[in-house]
Design a protein around this ligand. Structure first.
Ligand code: C2E
Ligand code: MG
Ligand code: MG
Length: 729
């Protein structure tokens, strides 16, 4: 008491005023206080009667709502406001119990967010209230307060949006996608729904970013996001995980045929050229697809599966999609091992250069060699550059390997007894490096090789970014005196405008045009003609790559190719073999190979299951196409017999025997298979884990042997057909 009295006295003397607190019984001053509070808009009061009808609302609130007492009094509070559930995955809103629930149970209300629909803009209120009882404990209604939270709610939502959305593209960010996927998958498990996940990673984005600059890279990402939005306009949530990675969630989609088509559309759409502040940029995209519950039940498992599929798509040469399958785990393991080993391969001297002859079309005389890198792995034997070059690019080893190759080739070619040209492949990453021109210059100087003997093979993808800069490097290289060849022509980009200014000496027609060019009904020979006349007009040489057969040789010569490279003359040979040949002066080649091109039939030798009447037989799959397959291993199966072919991983395809001869049957699938994104085929649908669950097994992602799992406790029926061993044939 003493403290307060002293304090009050001190103020008294200061202000010359007596303190006049509002006493509890001073009703008029208390009402005045409440009124000024109501008017200030800091808060309002409301009250209902025992039936929930409004009997009071602060005047300033009514003014603010644009309503009169007559509008409001007598209406139910629950008719006036709605529960605020506009943001259904906003946890705060989700936890908001509906107002009616509180009122019905006569519970106290605290901090309840509600929406007040108004003409113009909706208003959001935060309500508090307590049930009120009379002296005989009868409920007589609610007394409560309300606060306008429209503004603060908006800024909270803005902040949330920022933390949930990627500010560059406006797409959901990783955080939100994870949360959405977690929630969706948990819900879908109960309602037995499926959900596909596409994981995307742009190809060559880094290159564009590096050559055109970060603002251009940002702009490109925005345009990519917009294109994705266009393709997905019918549903599916798109998110950006960061960098050049995107994720698309597609509820209720488990048809791999549809998903494959969608993926193809995405790949095509993303590959169209972009215009960025007047510059042209080209990128590609790789896609990995996983489907819940087949490939994973929860977000973590499913994302891992999609990630592995993406990894495989990238490894498969980019610009592709891939479905997850259990084999990919093995592939990923192998790739990690390769990555590890590749780092040592250079030091351990495991890399060597082989040389493939390129001959002149007019006299089959040797014109030069293309240097092709080889990796002799101590345990795994020879590994194709198609696999490890991509790997080297990913782990940032390509510049080092490329420099090594360039030095090695210059050094070896300098020692050949005949001064022939030698071509070296240059990866786009190596080409885009800061000091590529200097690296070439150093290799020439160190070896003493005449620059005019060195040819650099470059692919069209170096034109993905800043063409000016690319042309600048070309000029510097030409100034050194080296030759430039355009490799794999026709496989990259639709635009050829760069050919106008690029100083190529040679165009290499990609093997995919040469192969099969003699078959009826394809355009390959017309394309070869067109490329040759284009090259002639630009005064460039042409090499027909991958010429294997006599009829192909005849065709490419007839179409005017100036040079030929392919197995018809020689496979790549070692440096020793090249030295020997040159020393002997054997500079002329003779075509040696099959007369005719034969379309390669996909021969697979794989053991699969053929199920008939609850009995699964082991058969060998000799041949498979979309519509049917050839199986071996069962004796004398009547035509018309129906089988379920178990292709593994829960892929069961109903098939009918159409041809049958001893142990060989040709079967036709009831539903055609579809492309798996790579060279393979797969079924549209798989056995659903929900079906397996319904059969009394725990819900889990698919295992390799789904049928075995399902049939484990079924009695074994007597086999109808005799099995024969075909594994040796
Ligand atoms: P590329 O530059 O298009 O090389 C031609 C490829 O076709 C070589 O495959 C060669 O062995 C193969 N080939 C040649 N004639 C025929 C034929 O008649 N039939 C068939 N089926 N194939 C034929 P390889 O050696 O496996 O190289 C594959 C790719 O790896 C090369 O394609 C090139 O892009 C890359 N590569 C090879 N060596 C290097 C290198 O030192 N550095 C870089 N960056 N890439 C390299
Ligand atoms: Mg090449
Ligand atoms: Mg090539």
């Amino acid at each position: 008491m003493g403290f307060f009295s002293r304090n009050i006295k001190a103020r008294d003397t200061e202000d010359e005023q007596t303190l006049d607190p509002i006493a509890e019984h001073d009703y008029s001053r208390r009402v005045e206080l409440l009124e000024s509070f109501e008017k200030s808009g800091l808060g309002w009061f409301w009250a209902t009667d025992g039936q929930g009808r409004l009997i009071y609302m602060s005047k300033s609130a009514l003014d603010r709502f644009g309503k009169t007492e007559a509008d409001v009094y007598g209406t139910l509070l629950t008719d006036l406001v709605e529960n605020d559930r506009s943001d259904s995955d906003d946890e705060y809103a989700r936890e908001n119990r509906p107002l009616a629930y509180y009122l019905g149970a006569r519970n106290s209300i605290t901090q309840l967010q509600v929406k007040l629909p108004l003409r113009g803009e909706d208003m959001y209120l935060e309500l508090a209230g307590k049930p009120h009882f009379d002296d005989s404990n009868r409920f007589v209604g609610y007394r409560g307060s309300a606060k306008d939270i429209t503004r603060s709610r908006e800024s909270r939502r803005d902040a949330e949006r920022l933390s949930q959305y990627d500010s560059l593209t406006g797409l959901a960010n990783r955080h939100r996608m994870n949360k959405r996927l977690d929630n969706a998958l948990a819900q879908y498990r109960n309602s037995k729904r499926s959900c596909a996940l596409m994981m995307l990673d742009l190809d060559r984005f880094k290159q564009v970013n590096d050559t055109l600059g970060h603002p251009a890279g940002d702009e490109l990402l925005k345009q990519v996001a917009a294109r994705l939005g266009q393709i997905m306009n019918h549903g599916g949530e798109i998110g950006r995980l960061g960098g050049d990675e995107f994720l698309i969630m597609l509820p209720d989609l488990d048809d791999r045929g549809e998903l494959g088509e969608l993926a193809t559309r995405v790949i095509q759409m993303i590959a169209q050229p972009y215009s960025i502040n007047g510059s042209r940029a080209i990128i590609g995209v790789s896609l990995g697809i996983a489907i819940a519950p087949y490939d994973g039940l929860d977000a973590e498992e499913l994302i891992k599966a999609a990630d592995l599929a993406l990894y495989a798509a990238k490894g498969g040469g980019r610009g592709q999609y891939r479905f997850y399958s259990s084999d990919l785990k093995e592939g990923a393991k192998l790739r990690r091992i390769l990555e590890e080993d590749l780092r040592d391969a250079l030091i351990k001297d495991e890399l060597v250069m082989h040389y493939q002859p390129i001959v002149k079309a007019k006299d089959y005389k040797l014109s030069g060699f293309e240097a092709l890198i080889r990796w002799e792995h101590p345990e795994r034997g020879f590994i194709s550059p198609e696999i490890f070059i991509a790997c080297a690019e990913d782990i940032g080893l390509i510049t080092q390997i490329g420099e090594w190759a360039l030095n090695k080739v210059c050094e070896q070619a300098q020692q050949w007894p005949v001064e022939l040209r030698v071509a070296v492949n240059v990866s786009p990453t190596q080409f885009g490096g800061d000091d590529f021109v200097q690296v070439v210059q150093r290799a020439l100087k160190k070896s003493g090789l005449d620059p005019t003997r060195l040819e650099l093979e470059i692919t069209e993808s170096v034109f993905a970014g800043d063409d000016e800069q690319t042309l600048g490097i070309f000029k510097e290289l030409k100034d050194l005196g080296v030759r430039l060849a355009l490799d794999d022509f026709g496989t990259g980009y639709s635009s050829m405008s760069y050919l106008r200014n690029a100083p190529f000496d040679k165009i290499k027609i990609d093997q995919s045009f040469v192969r099969g060019s003699t078959e009826e009904g394809n355009n390959n020979s017309a394309i070869i003609s067109a490329v040759v006349s284009l090259a002639q007009a630009l005064k460039m040489e042409t090499v027909a790559e991958g010429t294997e057969t006599k009829d192909e040789l005849e065709l490419v010569i007839d179409r005017g190719a100036s040079h030929i490279q392919g197995y018809i003359f020689s496979r790549p040979i070692t440096n020793e073999e090249a030295l020997e040949r040159l020393a002997k002066g054997e500079l002329e080649y003779e075509p040696r190979g099959p007369e005719k091109y034969r379309a390669e039939r996909k021969t697979v030798y794989r053991t699969v299951g053929a199920i008939h009447e609850d009995h699964r037989y082991k058969v060998t799959l000799r041949n498979i196409s979309k519509s049917g397959a050839r199986i071996e291993g069962l004796l004398d199966v009547p035509v018309g017999t129906e089988f379920v072919i178990d292709l593994g991983d829960g892929q069961l395809a109903v098939a009918t025997v159409r041809r049958s001869k001893k142990q060989v049957q040709g079967v036709e699938f009831e539903t055609p298979l579809i492309s798996d994104g790579a060279d393979g085929l797969c079924t549209r649908h798989r056995v659903s884990p929900y079906e397996i669950e319904a059969a009394g097994k725990p819900l889990a992602a698919l295992s390799k042997d789904v049928y075995g799992q399902l049939a484990a406790d079924r009695p074994i029926s007597i086999p109808r057909f005799a099995e024969v061993d075909t594994s040796t044939g």
